[in-house]
Design a protein around this ligand. Sequence first.
Ligand SMILES: [Zn+2]
Length: 531
Amino acid sequence: MRAGRPTLWRNDTMHDLVLRGGTVYDGLGGPGAAADVAVTGDRVVAVGADLGPARREIDVTGLAVAPGFIDAHSHSDPVPLLPEPQPFKLFQGVTTEIVGNCGFSFAPLDAATIEATGPLFAELAGGVPVVPRDFAGYLADIAAAGPTNHIAALVGHNTLRAYANGMDERLRPGALEQMCRLADDAFAAGAVGLSSGLIYPPGSYGDTDELIALARVAHRWNRPYTTHMRNEDDRLGEALDEAIAIATQARVRLQVSHCKVAGQANHGNAKLLLAKLHEARLAGVDVRGDQYPYRAGGTFLNALLPGAAQVGGTQAMRARLADPAARAELRALAEDLTQPHGFWARVTPADVLVTTHTTRPEVTGRTLAELAGAGDAFDTLCEVLVADPGAGMVVTLMAEEDVETIMVDPLIGIGSDNGPPVGLQHPRTWGCFPRVLGEYVRERGLLTLPEAVRKMTSAIADQFGLTGRGHIGAGAVADLVVFDPATIGHDGTYAVPDVRPTGVEHVVLAGHVVVDVGRFTGERRGHVLRG
Ligand SMILES: [Zn+2]
């Protein structure tokens, strides 16, 4: 141990666990160093040589030892409530997930809000019943269920707005004040930040001032603001300006979610995105971003439609899509490239794969082009949505060159943007982190291993205020992953995504070995991390 560090152990102390013989990546970007790691209770107590005896030793010779990965951008909100423990993130080396992203938190919700937004939450819920509860109740419920990995939750703007204002476009008198009170309650309960998803109704109906007001509540609690921005294609620059303006006015840390450049006409603009982030940092905004390592995104199928489709809620959307005149109006809006919302005009039907559908499972795994056949693809889209307004899709939007440009920037961390590990989902759900380490580090040499580990650990912990996590050192929480840099990877595809990654050997969660020589112990050892 270096001089000046607190001494947390003595030579005659029996540690609970020592990982012996590995190469330690500290999570701060430091080079790999040959060292043992000693754990007692839920803490790392020493890193170095000759650390003394332990109740259990694991020989990790030839393997990398890193802080457990922190998924900056997860939609696993309901996953702890599934009947069986879900090790799909542990198998990727992820020990902590930040949930509640893109404006969709699973609380606060009341019966009326669930009624108005039901199909949207059903798509995210993976079969878990969506029930009324406040934020404290949600955190208590997932803690009682026992998450398989640690969970930290954001409170979402869409949820707050739906609660206070239904699916109306304009704010009712007092609605913003109610949203701010609900956000304050959520932060008091332990929400680690505020999220927005400004392509999704009703969040997309909110203006910049509304978001500044909510972000000011986050500021009072020293919590960050994360945003799925209002636009990620033709108006990317404007959308970044808005996000930065909100962070500047409210004086909050800013996390730009799943950084990407969507739409063929915009490919090559990754440098513009990064230049804006760096410029904002120079102006004093603590901004970073996250990214998943794929050319395709995944979201609600209804995100192809303009925001006007969903005014009044999903039943109103269904009625519009089923009515020929209203459908024609929506088609005109959807085909108008000057409209900021809905990316129908920026994709081709062959690039849209339907992944989830509650009432017509036979449409899943097929593209809109396949489903339409010789017919009209927009009509097919409308019919699929009438049958399930919350259906999900995977859609190819990005250029690989932009994916790489964004990935190498030091401000960008990793976030999977996963759905629940149920049914057909984007392969990022099962493979995001191993894919970065296998494909982008080992195969392409785009990132060094220490830098990739930093992007998955301290870069995320710092932005979300997860103190004591994201690095390996005496006193750090003992969330650890042991993997083989020579074999780590993920072979999942869009057609067969739910493949277990290779190369993750051990995962330690708050001192407990929960993946042991590649085998999940079945325990639910995760904690709820409160801000
Ligand atoms: Zn999003």
